[in-house]
Write a protein of this length. Structure first.
Length: 214
């Protein structure tokens, strides 16, 4: 009898899961958030696309709670954050996107980290929007320092990113969407777009989870 009651309770009450943002055990909904965090998250107003891009789509505004989520996702092997974060990425239909391209890491960083977080996001975006991923069309040929500790002005002046990417000739004539987790200065996306357009890409867009205001 107890079992039947337990079963009934489990059917009526939503299961408790940890909220992705605040880590509380909470009856979370499909989006992985508790009610408080859902209220606190702000949808982003997409900023103007960085130089060289034909469009930019951003899901949510960066906030303190997200910083630890991104840190764990990128540096602590928390690949399980990918579907949670990818739900905030959207691809406008009018882009007529043909390919998704995760912003590449330098091979050495990817080797150290064992995965590219933008690729993990792309997998979920690809299955939701039915657009294939072609990660091999763009490579990062230069190892550049991580940007998170730099100020916006320094980032904009980050000359080291110039020529850091190389695109394959198969990009020619295609409409491509770069996928990244957070957009800060947009320098990295601009450099990717420059390499892709040099290789003949027709349109280059970017879709990100969050943008951080400066
Ligand atoms: Zn929460």
């Amino acid at each position: 009898m107890e079992r039947v009651e337990e079963l009934l309770v489990s059917l009526i009450a939503p299961p408790n899961h940890q909220c992705y943002l605040c880590d509380r055990e909470w009856p979370t909904a499909e989006d992985g958030l508790c009610d408080d965090c859902r209220r606190a998250l702000k949808l982003a107003i997409s900023p103007a696309p960085p130089v060289g891009l034909d469009g930019l789509s951003v899901g949510i505004q960066y906030c303190d709670a997200l910083s630890s989520v991104f840190y764990r996702f990128k540096n602590m092997e928390r690949r399980d954050y990918a579907p949670f974060l990818a739900q905030f990425i959207s691809i406008p239909e009018e882009w007529n996107a043909e390919l998704l391209l995760p912003v590449p890491l330098h091979w050495w960083r990817e080797y150290r980290r064992t995965y590219n977080q933008s690729y993990l996001l792309s997998e979920y975006v690809s299955s939701r929007f039915g657009i294939p991923i072609c990660p091999d069309l763009l490579v990062r040929i230069r190892h550049t320092p991580q940007q998170k500790m730099r100020s916006g002005k320094q980032r904009r002046n980050n000359r080291r990113l110039k020529g850091a990417f190389r695109a394959a000739p198969e990009c020619a004539g295609r409409s491509i969407v770069l996928i990244d987790d957070v957009i800060t200065s947009g320098t990295t996306l601009s450099e990717c777009a420059r390499a892709l357009k040099k290789a003949g890409a027709l349109h280059v867009y970017a879709a990100c989870v969050a943008c951080s205001t400066r």
